[in-house]
Every structure is written in C-alpha cells, then in structure tokens.
Design a binder for this molecule. Structure first.
Ligand code: TYD
Length: 210
C-alpha cells in the first residue's frame, strides 16, 4: 500500500506498438519508487472479462455485428472497472492498463463506424465514465509496426486480422482523440529501443509522480 493517491494510466495504440512491454517497464519503475502497482489489460483483467475476451477475439458464430461487439467490450470493461480497477485505485495503488475505453472509441467508434457518442454513452452506463489520469498513445509508422508484428509471430485474432484500411482508420481515430484532448493524452513515438521509449513515457507522467 502506498501513501500517495492511486493513479490510472492506460496504454493505447495499434497492434505491434509495444504496449505490453512498456506497461511492464513502467510498472517496474514505479515499484522501484515504492509505489503499489497493478498491471492489467483489456479486454480482460478479471475472470468475467477474460471470458468475454475469448468471445470477442474468437467469435463462436459468424462474427459479432458491430453493435454487439461494442456492447461486449463495454460489458467486459464494466466488470474490470468494478472488480479490479476501482478497488485498486481506492487502495492507493497505481493501475497500468494495456488498452482501455479509447480502444473502443478508436476501433468500434472510429474504424467500426459506430461513432464516438455511442461508445461514450456505453462507457457512461457501464463504467460511470471512468477516465485514465493519462493515456499513453504509442504511435509508429505503419510499415515499422507491421514488421514488429510479423517478428512477434503471435496468432492473429478476429480483430487484428481485419484489413490494413481498418487499422489505418484506427490509427487516425487515435490521433484525433489525442489532438482533441492534449492534456489527457501523451503521444509517444514508439519505434525505437524499448528503454528509450520508456524514458519518454516516464518524462510524460512525471507530473503525476510529484
Ligand atoms: P490484444 O491481445 O490486447 O491486442 P494487442 O496485443 O494488439 O494490444 O487484443 C485486443 C484486440 O481487441 C486488439 O485487436 C484491439 C481490440 N480492441 C477493440 O477493438 N476494442 C477495445 O475496446 C479493446 C480494449 C480492444
């Protein structure tokens, strides 16, 4: 348990941007300062939300209609916020989350065409509109990110496997969200050595550590 108040940091960006690595490095740096840290991810983070994750990333039928997909992400998030994120923040821990509601805004709202108002309304209903203290948006050139993804060689899920045009629209939507909320988002150039990217991230959250 830490003396200072808990903070909520979300990592966002497209596939292959290195969010999980950076979430881990940030957690290590914060723990070294004596802070309590919980690292989690979306969709998932709790047993209920992980069950929904499986439904989303490997749909049992012919694929979710866009509205159902958005509802499932919001439902997973509501469980995660209630059972993990809010209790951790209430204890005074820092929460580092690999993706949060801005992924729904960029993927389902932007690239998926549902619009931002619908996603924001679902988040208000499901999670009382909880916002991170800072969103770290990891950005990079499309070709460089694709190369990283190929090198990772992980299995491709139902959303990752969508066409390049969809992923381009996701990146553009993230950019738009960050431009409209410069205090809430830190945009980080993610192509570089992980330790260099980590240093940029630490500098961007230094005000929250004070
Ligand atoms: P994940 O394994 O977290 O992907 P990555 O390693 O690229 O972060 O898989 C999550 C997938 O779900 C990813 O393609 C992004 C997508 N997603 C949404 O479409 N909406 C959301 O709200 C969230 C949280 C994820």
């Amino acid at each position: 348990m830490s003396a200072s108040r808990g903070r909520f940091i979300a990592f966002e960006g497209g596939e292959g941007a290195g969010k999980s690595t950076q979430a881990r490095l940030l957690a290590e740096a914060l723990r070294a300062r004596g802070l309590g840290v919980v690292v989690t991810r979306e969709p998932g983070g709790t047993p209920g939300a992980e069950a929904i994750r499986n439904l989303l990333l490997a749909p049992p039928g012919e694929g979710w209609p866009p509205q159902a997909e958005a509802l499932l992400f919001a439902a997973a998030r509501a469980d995660h916020v209630t059972h993990l994120i809010r209790p951790a923040l209430a204890r005074g821990d820092w929460v580092i989350c690999d993706r949060f509601v801005d992924s729904s805004r960029a993927y389902q709202g932007g690239a998926g065409g549902l619009g931002d108002a619908a996603i924001t309304a679902l988040h208000a209903f499901g999670s009382d509109g909880l916002r991170p203290d800072r969103v770290i948006l990891l950005e990079g050139d499309e070709a460089a990110l694709a190369e990283r993804l190929a090198a990772r060689g992980a299995e491709i899920d139902a959303i990752e496997g969508r066409p390049a045009e969809y992923h381009r629209a996701v990146a553009a939507a993230f950019r738009g969200l960050a431009e409209r909320d410069p205090a809430g988002f830190a945009r980080i150039e993610a192509i570089g050595a992980p330790t260099d990217v980590h240093a940029l991230i630490l500098a961007e959250i230094s005000d929250l550590l004070a």
